[in-house]
Design a binder for this molecule. Structure first.
Ligand code: G4P
Length: 531
């Protein structure tokens, strides 16, 4: 094996690229911060959080982010832990939930599903889980906030199965769940790890007090009722639960569960270590018909996200590329699938935990930000080979719809340019109604905030005042099969037939009842919620 190949293999083997999927407030920021803390990327917890609330101090994101103090688009953080190089893809939650949140998952090799132990599986988690499921990536579950009163852990396992349809295997098991958390039992090591609330509010690294479950000291330390309950639970799990099966985990059929508390740091480090041990390094990726092996000598990457105006002084956009194979080198010439031309990748940026910096070399699994003079699109392939295409990034179902046009009809051209560009960046989806010209469109967005972003950007970048009327529609469904002509479909009066930018027919509905009506009244019609 050549020296270069050896280095490449080693770099791939030590990389882990994942996203944390969760519902707002489950503790994603807190957990991310603790992972950075253990990785030595930050020295005191609190800095990520501070950045979340006072972002204007540390970055020059879009104006709108400053005004609202939230992050509109997702970012990436890289840090090292032991010999591993970790890339965490941030998936925005709250009102800034958008298509980007979904698309980021296409760049991940695995996901950490974070649940609030008191709340269980919540809506946003369900949506993100479904995308991970579709991709078949492994999902690792961290059940957070164990220091508080939480749901019964057996009920939580049942919920995973009932709501998400995934079987689970607890890696550890909590002792005391009524706000009287004592610690966990580690099933592999047959060991008890005691919770110590060090009162530092989780700012410092903690190491738990551990020992063999059969050591009589634990009966004393925990007290008879807790100890007996634990022994009973362990027996039940051993008899009735799924056994640990790494193969099923890697296929995304079985999720390992870890109980812990991100705020107090309890269980964070053991989780990180187990996660790194079990989760896959960047694997081979399929580019339409071509399989690219991660350790191929040929470089490939694809664009999964485009973010505009990080620096308001320059109107550039930043395109985020996930590297899939080969070695990336600053300044390299690659083939660009979108234009069929060669482009030079100058000034690439990488995102370390606290700042951006220019990257010289990067490997499969890494995310590189490329300055984009307006040539890149979501799904574009950049490769040392030519002719590769990637159609693996679907359009996700928008949940908010509006009719848009320019207030001033003289600004039609700029209006068209502006919304087309935003659709290319993937912030919104555009639909055309039959018989309506290019002065008016229906737009759809996954998150409501995208409408504000659209208005703001059209005004600031294209000098267009937008006329935007919200529509009482909630669901988009792509037609996959149909008997007869789309125009002849029997639909409820509030449903609409439109076309997306790829000329696919899409039906927009107000409620689930109307979707069912369409399916019942039109023989041979099949619909899909992702393009
Ligand atoms: P998010 O990014 O998923 O939206 O959640 P975030 O980390 O901001 O956490 C949401 C809230 O949950 C925060 O409380 C945070 O401190 C709390 N939290 C996170 N992990 C744990 C945990 O393990 N145990 C407990 N008890 N709470 C946890 P907050 O009151 O909104 O903010 P703050 O005042 O703590 O900053």
């Amino acid at each position: 094996m050549s020296k270069a190949k050896e280095v490449l293999n080693k770099e791939i083997e030590r990389r882990r690229t994942f996203a944390i999927i969760s519902h707002p407030d489950a503790g994603k920021t807190t957990l991310t911060e603790k992972l950075l803390l253990y990785g030595g990327a930050i020295h005191m917890a609190g800095s990520v959080k501070a950045r979340k609330t006072a972002r204007h101090a540390t970055s020059d994101w879009m104006e709108i982010e400053k005004q609202r103090g939230i992050s509109v688009t997702s970012s990436v953080m890289q840090f090292n832990y032991n010999d591993f190089c970790i890339n965490i893809l941030d998936t925005p939650g709250h009102q800034d939930f958008s298509e980007d949140t979904y698309r980021t998952l296409v760049a991940a090799d695995s996901a950490v599903m974070l649940l609030d132990g008191a709340k269980g599986v919540e809506t946003q988690t369900i949506k993100l889980f479904q995308v991970c499921r579709m991709r078949g990536i492994p999902i690792f579950t961290f059940i957070n906030k164990m220091d508080r009163a939480v749901k019964d852990p057996f009920d939580l396992m049942q919920e995973l199965e009932d709501v998400l349809g995934i079987r689970s295997v607890p890696m550890n098991w909590p002792i005391g769940i009524h706000g009287d958390f004592k610690g966990v039992y580690n099933r592999q090591l047959n060991q008890i790890e005691l919770f110590t609330n060090d009162k530092s509010h989780g700012q410092a690294i903690i190491h738990s007090n551990k020992g063999d479950v059969n050591d009589p000291i634990f009966k004393d330390l925990l007290g008879e009722p807790y100890y007996s309950k634990l022994i009973e639970d362990i027996e039940l799990l051993d008899i009735a639960g799924d056994s640990f099966d790494l193969n099923r985990i890697l296929k995304g059929e079985l999720t390992p569960i870890f109980f812990g508390s991100a705020m107090t740091n309890f269980g964070v480090e053991p989780f990180l270590e187990e996660f790194l041990r079990m989760s896959p390094p960047p694997g081979d990726r399929v580019f339409d018909e071509n399989l690219m092996e991660a350790n191929s000598e040929d470089f490939t990457g694809f664009i999964f996200k485009i973010q505009a105006n990080m620096n308001p002084n320059h109107r550039d956009r930043l395109a985020f590329m996930r590297i899939c194979s080969g070695v990336f080198e600053k300044g390299m010439q690659v083939n660009h699938s979108g234009s069929g031309k060669q482009v030079r990748l100058a000034q690439p940026q990488q995102f370390l935990a606290q700042e951006r910096e220019v990257v010289e070399k990067a490997y499969p699994g890494d995310i590189v930000g490329l300055f984009d003079p307006g040539i890149f699109r979501i799904g574009d392939v950049l490769s040392s080979l030519s002719g590769l295409e990637f159609h693996g990034i679907p359009s996700f179902p928008p949940e908010h719809f509006a009719r848009v046009s320019a207030k001033d009809t003289m600004k039609r051209k700029q209006f068209l340019k502006g919304i087309t560009q935003l659709a290319e960046e993937g912030a919104i989806q555009i639909y055309k109604e039959p018989d309506i010209g290019v002065e008016e469109f229906i737009i759809g967005a996954v998150g409501i905030l995208q409408f504000d972003v659209l208005e703001h950007r059209l005004k600031n970048e294209y000098n267009v005042d937008l006329k935007l009327t919200s529509l009482n529609l909630r669901y988009a469904r792509w037609i996959t099969e149909i008997e007869g002509r789309p125009n002849d479909l029997n639909l409820t009066s509030t449903s609409r037939l439109v076309k997306d930018t790829k000329d696919n027919y899409v039906l927009l509905f107000e409620n689930e009842w109307s979707i069912q009506w369409a399916l019942d009244k039109n023989k041979g019609l099949s619909l899909r919620n992702i393009s």
